[in-house]
Design a protein around this ligand. Structure first.
Ligand code: GGG
Length: 371
């Protein structure tokens, strides 16, 4: 899934002189169902490590909305320094009915992504055999996409203001910032990934008919990078048309490169057509491996089901597999994904989002057994 890192860049994994592979992983369960899916995902990762000849030492950090209630912030002031020395970060979910929605995201998720220059948010959207898609007549062969979401700038750059609060003239501005460097590096990652996949197709999500500054630059830079990848067939779609295409003709799509906001929206749609938001993983990557990358399910804290032990753990387990692949443990990644595939295909153990009545622990245990 992840294209190889450029040769000059060092891996963050620590390989001792005796050849053992040890990884230090920071675990942030976060809020709501994040606290339920993260521990069971760790058990699966530990099981695969034990038989795969590597070890990871995890350290858990109780940051999130409960921490905010006690300390007035989502994580301590030195949190990013603390995280800077680990090999990878596993995040559950953030969000609480007690807090405005932007507080957890801007208090925890986005600072980590930005500080560690995790400029790629990689989100597979693959229909697994046995999962029920809402698309009529579609099967696993028709839906196998991956989104490369720009993750460091664009619509989520954080620049804006709100003036004249409470007045008739009240106004809010939210600025999008797109840099040539930012577009070029994410486009290059996407072309590398598309070139490594059998179909060698890349769809670029734009909206340059309406966004005449940012998206025109996006289109120009994607076209420039495309010139280096003659083996990849690239198509530019306005994002609204691309969303419709994902539903009507998913078999024509493979790799998608999109801005921060467009990628966020398209991948929730992608998760929906693959059967459940609970299945969808993501990796926030610093491809050069100069900083730790962070892996998380794409779902949020799901307060409506939190505390009932019925959240689908697959998104987090799959995200953990992506973490192992990023650390160089490709065989372990493949084993976990194969176990997920076999459990979903068998269909005996399903959480309610997949139409069953199994618990989080039962589904994770089934994946552990399938390993
Ligand atoms: N699974 C982690 C989580 O709860 N993420 C919420 C979040 O950060 N959403 C906004 C985004 O992905 O950009």
């Amino acid at each position: 899934m992840t294209p190889p890192a450029p040769k000059a860049h060092r891996a963050r994994s620590s390989r001792a002189g005796d050849g053992s592979r040890n990884y230090r992983v920071a675990v942030i369960p976060g809020d709501g169902v994040g606290k339920e899916v993260t521990p069971v995902a760790l058990e699966v990762l530990r099981a695969v490590a034990a038989s795969g000849g590597f070890r990871f030492v995890s350290e858990e950090f109780p940051w999130g909305s409960d921490y905010h209630a006690r300390h007035g912030e989502m994580m301590p002031a030195d949190a990013l320094d603390t995280l800077s020395s680990v090999d990878a970060i596993l995040l559950g979910a953030v969000g609480s009915p007690e807090l405005a929605d932007h507080v957890p995201v801007w208090g925890l998720v986005l600072p980590i992504r930005q500080r560690f220059d995790q400029y790629v948010n990689l989100r597979p959207m693959r229909l697994l055999a046995g999962a029920a898609t809402p698309l009529a007549g579609r099967s696993a062969e028709d839906v196998d996409m991956v989104c490369v979401r720009e993750n460091s700038e664009g619509e989520y750059c954080g620049i804006g203001r709100r003036v004249d609060r409470g007045e008739d003239t009240e106004t809010a501005e939210e600025t999008s910032v797109f840099s040539r460097r930012g577009i070029e590096r994410v486009a290059r990652f996407a072309f590398e990934l598309a070139a490594s996949r059998p179909r060698r197709k890349l769809a670029s999500a734009t909206k340059s008919n309406a966004l005449r500054h940012s998206m025109v630059l996006w289109d120009e830079v994607v076209a420039e990078v495309a010139a280096e990848y003659s083996q990849v067939e690239v198509t530019r779609y306005h994002v609204d048309a691309l969303a419709a295409r994902m539903v009507n003709h998913p078999e024509t799509l493979d790799t998608i490169v999109a801005s921060n906001l467009f990628g966020d929206i398209l991948t929730d749609l992608g998760a929906a057509i693959t059967g459940s938001l609970g299945l969808a993983p993501s990796g926030n990557l610093n491809p050069e491996r100069q900083h730790p990358s962070m892996f998380e399910p794409i779902h949020g804290s799901a307060p409506d089901i939190a505390g009932r032990g019925i959240a689908n753990p697959i998104g987090t387990i799959w995200a953990g597999a992506m973490m192992l692949e990023h650390l160089g443990e490709t065989a372990a990644h493949d084993r976990i994904v194969a176990a997920i595939e076999s459990v979903v295909a068998a269909g005996r153990v399903r959480t309610p989002d997949l139409g069953g009545d199994a618990t989080t622990k039962e589904l994770a245990a089934a994946i552990g057994e399938a390993l």
